[in-house]
Ligand binder design. Structure first.
Ligand code: MSP
Length: 563
């Protein structure tokens, strides 16, 4: 009974008035403590108002194909989205972070056939692998959508019907080429002589079939206008220019159904057709918000603030998706960010080509935070990067073990030795460390607004390096020998501890586990997750007298032999 109530009361956040009536109607007669419910409703109503006042932030990743297990490229995209989500939560924003899996299409059906299992069995197993990876990488998504879920397919059909009824979709014939690994249509004019997919350079199939087509051509001008008035709609700028050039070459109506596709959403207008997987997949960004079903989530979070995708799927996100949204009369996402590729010896990682690094192996050997840090620090986000274990070891040892790890592992023992393990008194002289940490927040904001993660980390590392120099320069072990230097000694150690507190706060989005360990070693209770950066960033909040806790080295040096 109480559980029923709890469920119902959680729902009150969505519709206080309705719930009140339901509660009165159904439970007054059951002798339930109605006062408690009224109080809870009032609190929820207050929270709802607070919630509405908050700025919202909606971030999505591409939904991954589940024909095979995840690789480093998938991991990197999930990590980047997670960093954005955690950063915005720290800023006090109302965040919704969506990820998921793309489970329909010939590519999946063929992969299942090869394995001798049904597509349904394959997608269940593979989706579990993606979910497990997310867990092991500490990805804090709010929702995980699968395109085989009813909540999604219902919306896909609804949208298809609507576009057909308003004549944005019509029946015709599609003549062209199709690449199954990319699930992409290509026109004759887009192929080179060798007739290979321009994207993945694999064989394409000739198609000439009855098909439903979306009037993409109608949206050519409105799209160009949108690009002109929203310069950061697609980032980085080079990618934006590519899309604009593509549109300017002229848009042709595009096929949105396939014949002979059993593993897909049946076309609601004519059952022998199935909905083209890309149309099915793109709709996840709004079906997960309950578009057409439950307006509350949709009206709270849409439009997306960032669609995070790889550069290979920009045509779908920068052209087809916004055109569909225009046809539906709903707002366009604020930003589509197309990142580069992780490569191995110069080639794009791809499971089917056997060029992969398994992120699970790296996580189990070195921990999620080392991988999270490396992927976002090593290469400016947006550019391609070459992965190698030697680069990974070098970066982790220098930045995490030597710089950050050492800073913590030097500071805490000094406090234990010279201050009986307690945060010393605070003399309000933060000096250069205070100045530097105060400056970092605006630098961070500018970098994070354009997803310049490597730049953000480099700004943070200036503080880490300065703090290590601060220890060397001030030599607390010398001050400790002189009786009249106690105040100075305490001041220096306080500044170091306070800098570490702020470092833990701003590093939390990037390396959440390690940042929390720093927080705990500083003797601060609770989780960084519950902090709001604008309050927590104010210098001097570490309470003198707090007991610090020495822990094992945060990032033990990686020995070459273990690689
Ligand atoms: N299912 C489509 C996306 C539909 S979104 C409505 C798809 N899936 S995918 O599994 O091939 O790729 C998922 C994401 O991983 C894409 O953003 C893709 O660009 C990215 N990556 C795939 N390989 C990559 C690298 N080697 N490096 C970095 N990211 C890459 O596309």
């Amino acid at each position: 009974m109480c559980c029923v109530f709890e469920g119902l009361l959680r729902y009150t956040t969505y519709d206080i008035r309705h719930t009140r009536n339901v509660v009165k109607r159904h439970f007054l007669t059951l002798n339930y403590p109605f006062d408690r419910i009224e109080r809870k409703i009032k609190i929820d109503s207050k929270n709802k108002r607070k919630h509405l006042l908050k700025k919202k932030f909606y971030v999505t990743t591409a939904i991954s194909y589940v024909n095979d297990v995840p690789h480093l490229g998938h991991a990197c995209e999930a990590i980047a989205a997670d960093v954005l989500a955690r950063y915005n939560r720290l800023k006090g924003h109302n965040v919704f972070f969506l990820t998921g899996t793309d489970e329909h299409g010939n590519k999946i059906a063929q992969a299942a056939e090869k394995k001798g299992i049904t597509p349904a069995e394959l997608v269940d197993t593979m989706t579990d692998r993606f979910r497990t990876l997310s867990k092991n990488l500490n990805i804090s998504y709010d929702d995980f959508i699968r395109t085989t879920e009813l909540r999604h397919t219902k919306v896909v059909c609804e949208i298809f019907k609507r576009l057909y009824e308003q004549n944005d979709i019509y029946k015709g014939t599609y003549k062209g080429w199709y690449c199954t690994p990319c699930e992409s249509f290509w026109l004759e004019s887009q192929l080179r002589e060798e007739r290979l997919c321009p994207e993945c350079k694999r064989e394409v199939q000739r198609i000439e079939e009855e098909s439903y087509l979306f009037r993409l051509s109608k949206y050519e001008k409105p799209l160009l206008k949108h690009f002109e008035s929203h310069p950061s709609f697609v980032l980085p700028a080079t990618r934006r220019n590519e899309v604009v050039q593509f549109i300017k070459r002229g848009l042709k109506d595009t096929s949105v159904t396939r014949l002979r596709l059993d593993w897909g959403v049946a076309c609601p207008v004519e059952k022998k057709h199935s909905i083209y997987v890309w149309i099915d997949a793109l709709i996840n960004y709004i079906s997960a918000l309950g578009y057409t079903l439950n307006g509350e989530r949709f009206s709270t979070y849409w439009p997306a603030d960032v669609h995070l995708i790889g550069k290979d799927i920009l045509r779908f996100h920068g052209v087809i998706w916004p055109a569909i949204l225009m046809a539906l009369g709903i707002k366009l996402p604020r930003m589509v960010f197309a990142h580069g590729w992780w490569k191995l010896k110069g080639e794009k990682m791809s499971k089917s080509k056997g060029i992969v690094i398994d992120p699970e192996e790296i996580v189990s050997e070195y921990g999620a935070d080392c991988l999270r840090y490396f992927l976002l620090r090593e290469v400016p986000f947006g550019e391609d990067g070459n992965f190698s274990i030697s680069l990974f070891v070098k970066r982790v040892n220098s930045d995490l073990a030597n710089d950050l790890g050492n800073l913590l592992n030097r500071t805490i023992p000094l406090v234990i030795r010279y201050c009986q393990g307690k945060v010393p008194p605070f003399y309000k002289d933060g000096g250069e460390l205070k100045k530097k940490t105060e400056k970092v927040f605006s630098e961070l904001d500018s970098a994070m607004n354009v997803l310049a993660f490597s730049q953000a980390l480099s700004s943070i590392w200036k503080i880490v390096k300065l703090s290590n120099l601060y220890i060397d320069k001030n030599a607390p072990w010398q001050l400790a020998k002189e009786k009249n230097k106690q105040k100075e000694l305490h001041n220096i150690l306080y500044n170091l501890l306070e800098t570490l507190r702020i470092l833990a706060l701003i590093l939390f989005p990037f390396i959440p586990d390690s940042a929390q360990k720093i927080w705990t070693q500083l003797g601060i209770e609770g989780s960084i997750e519950d902090q709001i950066v604008d309050k927590a960033k104010i210098w001097g909040q570490l309470k003198p007298g707090t007991k610090v806790k020495e822990g094992p080295p945060l990032f033990p040096r990686i020995q070459k032999k273990s690689v």
